[in-house]
Design a protein around this ligand. Structure first.
Ligand code: M6R
Length: 615
């Protein structure tokens, strides 16, 4: 979603800020802007469209400054216009602000500011905050205070309901930038004689190896060589500076034509990374120290709730499938956005797990907080080291999948599914799963990267299939048991990058409604890799063909669909535990090639953001 970068130091700020915005482009945005400060002049440029548009504006009218703030906006309040783009400048010309998040009481703040004579140029919630800070600066702070800007921001934020990550400049403070956060990530990069600010470490990739993670309710006063942090209650905070592992954080396309392509094809390596050091061949189980729970504590758990959004939610459904099958305890999968408000009944032996690639999805983060507020042990599976979710959870497992840049989650999904299989195996072996059953799962996990490598070789065939169906308007995806989540994921992948309407259903539900859609214009993708239900799936296939529907079967039993399916994607026969991961690959490739065929931007699909940091 929106991205923030800021710079204060000794170098020309504009190229550094533009570079930072380019690195945040993957998060999704619709306009970009920056504000530079030099000799009491705030130079502001903002444009709807890509960062490149802003960059050429900056180049055509250069302004030298050694400090500035910049932003990519993903519209929430107000349309995509130059005026609504950030930074916003208070109407007295003093304050420049970039903001991520949503100010829920902005209308009241706006009315208050208007009553004090401040005026507005945009429809955004953020401009209200710029004016409120200007008001506090002018009327609610002591003019002789060294910390006047910091005080003005702190006092203004006390009136804000909602979420924010902000960076603020004042034309009267040549050597200071203020940053604050509540519910929207903000990180300070520490360099030599310079500091950077970004909403995602990638925003200062290659420029700082040490970072300070701002926590909710903290405000930082940053100069080129100093950083002081206080709480909203004006108490100083000790700085904790962390090192960044750039190998995990950075990503380039490495010769692929898009990040999505690269991320699909690197899955064998990603799966190896998820397994590395986590398998104990001797005891036929997994080794998951990150959970921070003793075997005894884990044995007390008699119910698990998984919370996530989007693709991560589909991964949770597979976690449910694995845990119920192997551990034999009940699992519920909740949309994080529902869980955080529904006050679900939990008891003391319930464990809550949140799953998030970015580690910053606001609903997932709030589900985690709600669970912790109630005193529950809350664990996380996340791909982003140092993310808010990873910092706030009581324990958890990193995916080590490497940065996922493509908006459509691919490698993160298969790695989350694999890690949930490791969790199921670990807990099952503490209970009733035998050594030999554990060993067969361990062996299958070890063989998984090789199987995925082989399925990726089907790419040319899947590309041809994609060409054949690329201009259909609707798709149905059907699967059962461990393949029902794949039906949902296949439909989501297709719709988000190719804009084709698609729905996923448990195959047997077809007759309860979706079959009405079946016709030559609505192809069906059916997963059929679970031996005991193949005959049922064949019946579904027949029902589709009887209604002139086109059928693509993804199956390890191709002989059952010969003469029936229009296209068959034949998969290897693998252990049931890893089958859902192997069977995911064709749907990723199908969505990818359909989108390419339709000329869609696979890495930056319309309207979508990589990390959804507002509700
Ligand atoms: O970063 P997270 O895993 O928390 O993100 C959750 C969803 O926003 C994400 O999976 C989204 O659905 C993707 N665009 C799916 O491809």
């Amino acid at each position: 979603m929106c991205g923030i970068t800021g710079y204060i130091g000794t170098r020309n700020a504009a190229p550094i800020l533009i570079e930072g915005l380019c690195k945040l482009e993957y998060r999704g945005y619709d306009s970009a802007g920056l504000a530079l400060l030099h000799n009491g002049v705030l130079d502001v440029k903002k444009k709807k469209g890509r960062v490149a548009v802003l960059a050429s504006e900056v180049q055509s009218k250069p302004f030298y400054a050694t400090m500035g703030i910049s932003h990519t906006r993903w519209a929430t309040h107000g349309g995509v216009t130059d005026a609504n783009a950030h930074p916003h400048i208070s109407s007295d010309g003093n304050i420049a602000l970039v903001h991520n998040g949503i100010i829920e009481n902005y209308e009241n703040i706006r009315k208050f500011c208007e009553s004090k004579g401040y005026t507005f140029k945009s429809q955004t919630d953020s401009e209200a905050l710029a004016n409120l800070i200007a008001y506090h600066y002018e009327y609610r702070t002591n003019k002789d205070t060294k910390n006047r800007l910091l005080e003005a921001v702190r006092k203004a934020l006390a009136h804000v309901e909602g979420t924010y990550g902000i960076a603020v400049l004042s034309k009267f403070h040549e050597d200071e930038m203020i940053a604050a956060r509540k519910g929207s990530p903000l990180i300070i990069g520490v360099g030599k004689d310079e500091h950077l600010v970004a909403s995602d470490v990638l925003g200062f990739a290659g420029r700082a190896n040490r970072v300070i993670y701002l926590e909710d309710g903290q405000i930082a006063s940053i100069t080129k060589d100093n950083c002081e942090i206080i709480t909203m209650g004006n108490k100083p905070i000790d700085l904790v500076v962390n090192d960044i592992d750039w190998e995990l954080e950075t990503a380039d396309m490495g010769g692929a034509s898009s990040f999505m392509e690269k991320e699909i094809f690197e899955q064998p390596k990603v799966l190896e990374n998820a397994i590395r050091g986590r398998i104990s061949d001797d005891s036929s189980t997994s080794v998951l120290n990150g959970l921070n729970m003793t075997p005894n504590e884990l044995r007390q758990v008699d119910r698990i709730i998984f919370c996530a959004c989007g693709t991560a939610w589909h991964a949770c459904m597979l976690a449910e499938y694995y845990i119920e099958k192997y551990v034999r305890i009940p699992v519920e999968v909740e949309y994080a956005s529902e869980f955080r408000y529904k006050n679900a009944p939990l008891d003391k032996s319930t464990l809550v797990f949140v799953v998030s690639q970015s580690g910053e999805t606001i609903d997932t983060l709030e589900a985690l907080r709600e669970s912790k507020r109630k005193g529950f042990k809350t664990l996380a599976i996340t791909n982003s080291v140092g993310s808010t979710i990873s910092r706030e959870s009581d324990g958890g497992l990193y995916q080590y999948a490497g940065k996922e840049v493509g908006v459509a989650s691919t490698k993160a999904f298969t790695s989350q599914v694999l890690i949930s299989l490791l969790v199921a195996l670990y807990m099952a072996r503490m209970r009733d799963l035998s050594f030999s059953a554990g060993k067969s799962i361990v062996d299958s996990i070890i063989s998984l990267p090789e199987h995925v490598k082989n399925v990726l070789k089907l790419a040319p065939q899947i590309k041809q299939i994609a060409k054949k169906y690329a201009y259909k308007h609707d798709f149905l995806f059907l699967g059962r048991l461990g393949e029902f989540p794949l039906a949902l994921e296949g439909a989501l992948k297709l719709k988000e990058i190719s804009y084709i309407h698609a729905e996923g259903y448990p195959a047997a539900e077809m007759k309860h409604g979706p079959i009405a859609l079946v016709c030559p214009e609505c192809p069906t993708v059916i997963f059929a890799n679970t031996e005991e239900i193949i005959p049922k799936l064949v019946s579904n296939a027949q029902e589709i063909k009887a209604r002139k529907g086109q059928l693509i079967a993804i199956t390890d039993t191709p002989e059952s669909f010969e003469g029936l399916a229009d296209d068959i994607i034949a998969l290897p026969k693998v252990h049931e535990a890893i089958m859902p991961i192997v069977a995911t690959i064709p749907i990723q490739l199908l969505a990818y090639y359909v989108a390419l065929e339709r000329g869609c931007d696979v890495d930056k699909p319309r309207n979508l953001a990589k990390a959804v940091t507002v509700e």
